[in-house]
Write a protein that binds this ligand. Structure first.
Ligand SMILES: [Zn+2]
Length: 473
C-alpha cells in the first residue's frame, strides 16, 4: 500500500467556532485583512462574527470586499495592495470558493515581492497565514492549497498553489450556509460531490484518499434525495458541509480530473457556475471511463441509491439541467484552452505525470528505447490495449504519461526527481499539444450533440500514435 498524507490545515468544525475562537485569531498577529465578496459574508453573519472576535482581541482589520465570482488576477492584485498598505500579518478569507481562492493569492502576493503572473509558476516560498471560513458547502478550498484565478489574457481559469497556500486554519460552522438559495445550494453541492468523486476515480487515488472519498460519497447519498426534491434541512446542510470538507481534503492529495479542467471553459464562455459546469460534464466523463472504473463507479451508484450511472446522470440532469450545445469551433477552442491551462500549472500541469507523455516520447525517441519509427509503431501497437485503458481512466494525458513514465523509471532511464524536473521544463513544448490534442478533443466532444463512439476513441489513440511517429521525422 503506497500513500503519502499531509494536511497542514488545522480544521475546526463546530457551532460558533468562529466567535468562540479568540485564540486562533490572536495567535496570528495584530493586523489582518479580511478578503470576501460583496454580500454573502455579511448576509450570513460570518463577517460580523469575525469583526467581533477581532475587535475583542485588539486586532486591526481592513475589509477588502471586492471579490467577484471567479476572481480575476486584477482583483487579487488590488487586494494584495490593500493588504500591504495595512501591513496585514494574516489573511481571513470568508465566503465560497472565490473569496477563499482569492485570499490565497492575496496572501502570496502580499507576503512576497513578486509580479502577479509569477503566482502561476508556483515557486514562492512563503505566504501570509490564512484563516479560511467557508460560507458555501462546495469548494473545499478551506483545506486545499489550490487557488483558481480567472485569467482574461488566457480566456480561462488557471490554478496555482503549493504547500504554502494551505490555510493555517479552517473554521467550519454550517450556520453560515443556511441562507443559501436553492441554485447556490445545488451548484455548490454538485461541486463538492465532483471533488470526492473525481478524487475517487483519479489515478492518484490511494487507499487513504479512497477511504475518505467513500465516506463522503456515502454521506452525499443521504443528501441526494433532499437536493433533488428541494427539502434541504439544517441537518442536510451540515452533511453537505462535511462532504465539501472531505472533497477538499481528498483533492488536496489526489488533484481533480479532466472534468474540472474542461469545466473552466464552460464557466468562462457560457457563464455556467463552477459546480454546475462540472456536473454537466459528468455524464460524458462516466461514459468515457466506465469500462476501466466499472467497479468503483458501480459502488458509488449504490451509495447514492441510484440504480445505475444512467439513473444517476438522469437525476442530476433534472437538478442542474442539460449541457449547452457546442459548435465544432467551440470544441476546438475549448480543447486548446484546456491544454494551455494544463501547461500553466493548472489542473494537469500541477501534476508532473500529466506532462510525462511528452517527455517520455522524446526520451523513447532520443534515447533509443526503440530504434526507429517502425519499432516505435510496433511498440505502440503492442501497448494499444493498455493505452486505451490508461487513457480512459482519468485520463488522457495522465494515463498515457503515467504508463510511459513508469516504463522509463522502471528501466532506470530516468530517476524520479529528474523526471519531475524535466517534465516541468518540457511542459510548454508543442509536443505536449501534438500528443494529447486528439484525446482532449474527443472528451470535449462528448458534451457536444454528436457523441463519440468507441471507434472514434480508438481512432484518437491511433492519431496519437501518428503524432508520435510524426515527431520522429
Ligand atoms: Zn471544484
Amino acid at each position: 500500500m503506497n500513500y503519502k498524507w499531509k494536511l497542514p490545515t488545522e480544521v475546526i468544525s463546530k457551532k460558533q467556532c468562529v466567535i468562540n475562537n479568540d485564540k486562533v485569531f490572536a495567535s496570528l498577529g495584530k493586523r489582518a485583512i479580511i478578503v470576501t465578496g460583496h454580500y454573502s459574508a455579511k448576509s450570513c453573519g460570518a463577517l460580523e462574527d469575525v469583526l467581533t472576535v477581532c475587535n475583542r482581541n485588539g486586532i486591526e482589520v481592513t475589509v477588502f470586499d471586492e471579490i467577484e465570482n471567479n476572481p480575476s488576477l486584477e482583483t487579487v492584485v488590488k487586494g494584495s495592495e490593500a493588504a500591504k498598505a495595512c501591513q496585514a500579518e494574516f489573511v481571513i478569507g470568508i465566503g465560497g470558493g472565490s473569496p477563499l481562492d482569492a485570499a490565497k493569492a492575496i496572501a502570496v502576493l502580499a507576503g512576497n515581492e513578486m509580479g502577479a503572473l509569477e503566482l502561476f509558476k508556483n515557486q514562492f516560498q512563503t505566504a501570509l497565514p490564512i484563516i479560511a471560513i467557508p460560507t458555501t458547502a462546495g469548494t473545499g478550498s478551506e483545506v486545499t492549497p489550490y487557488s483558481v484565478i480567472l485569467r482574461t489574457d488566457m480566456q480561462t481559469k488557471v490554478s496555482f498553489g503549493n504547500e504554502k497556500t494551505f490555510p493555517a486554519y479552517a473554521l467550519i460552522d454550517s450556520k453560515y450556509i443556511c441562507s443559501l438559495n436553492r441554485n447556490s445550494t445545488v451548484n455548490t453541492a454538485v461541486d463538492a460531490f465532483t471533488h470526492v468523486f473525481e478524487g475517487y476515480l483519479c489515478n492518484r487515488a490511494t487507499v487513504l484518499s479512497d477511504a475518505l472519498a467513500m465516506d463522503a460519497i456515502r454521506v452525499f447519498g443521504e443528501c441526494f434525495e433532499a437536493l433533488l426534491t428541494d427539502k434541504v434541512t439544517e441537518e442536510i446542510r451540515e452533511k453537505l458541509m462535511y462532504v465539501s470538507l472531505m472533497g477538499g481534503i481528498v483533492i488536496a492529495h489526489t488533484g481533480v480530473t479532466i472534468v474540472h479542467g474542461m469545466g473552466y471553459c464552460l464557466t468562462y464562455f457560457k457563464e455556467i457556475p463552477h459546480g454546475r459546469a462540472n456536473g454537466l460534464l459528468l455524464k460524458a466523463y462516466l461514459d468515457y471511463i466506465y469500462d476501466v472504473k466499472k467497479e468503483k463507479i458501480d459502488l458509488v451508484m449504490q451509495l447514492l441509491h441510484c440504480r445505475s450511472r444512467v439513473d444517476f446522470t438522469d437525476k442530476l440532469e433534472g437538478m442542474i439541467g442539460k449541457a449547452p450545445l457546442l459548435s465544432e469551433d467551440e470544441v476546438e477552442q475549448y480543447t486548446e484552452l484546456t491544454m494551455l491551462q494544463g501547461a500553466h500549472g493548472g489542473t494537469f500541469g500541477g501534476n508532473p505525470v500529466a506532462c510525462a507523455a511528452a517527455l517520455a516520447t522524446i526520451d523513447v525517441l532520443q534515447n533509443g528505447a526503440v530504434e526507429n519509427a517502425a519499432a516505435m509503431g510496433e511498440y505502440f501497437k503492442n501497448e494499444l490495449e493498455k493505452l486505451a485503458a490508461a487513457f480512459q481512466c482519468i485520463g488522457e494525458v495522465r494515463g498515457l504519461g503515467l504508463m510511459l513514465a513508469i516504463e522509463l523509471v522502471k528501466e532506470e532511464k530516468l530517476p524520479d526527481s529528474e523526471l519531475t524536473a524535466k517534465l516541468k521544463e518540457k511542459v510548454l513544448e508543442k509536443n505536449v499539444l501534438l500528443l494529447t490534442c486528439g484525446t482532449y478533443k474527443n472528451v470535449i466532444r462528448f458534451i457536444a450533440p454528436a457523441t463519440v463512439t468507441k471507434e472514434e476513441i480508438h481512432m484518437a489513440l491511433l492519431t496519437v500514435r501518428e503524432s508520435l511517429l510524426e515527431l520522429q521525422k
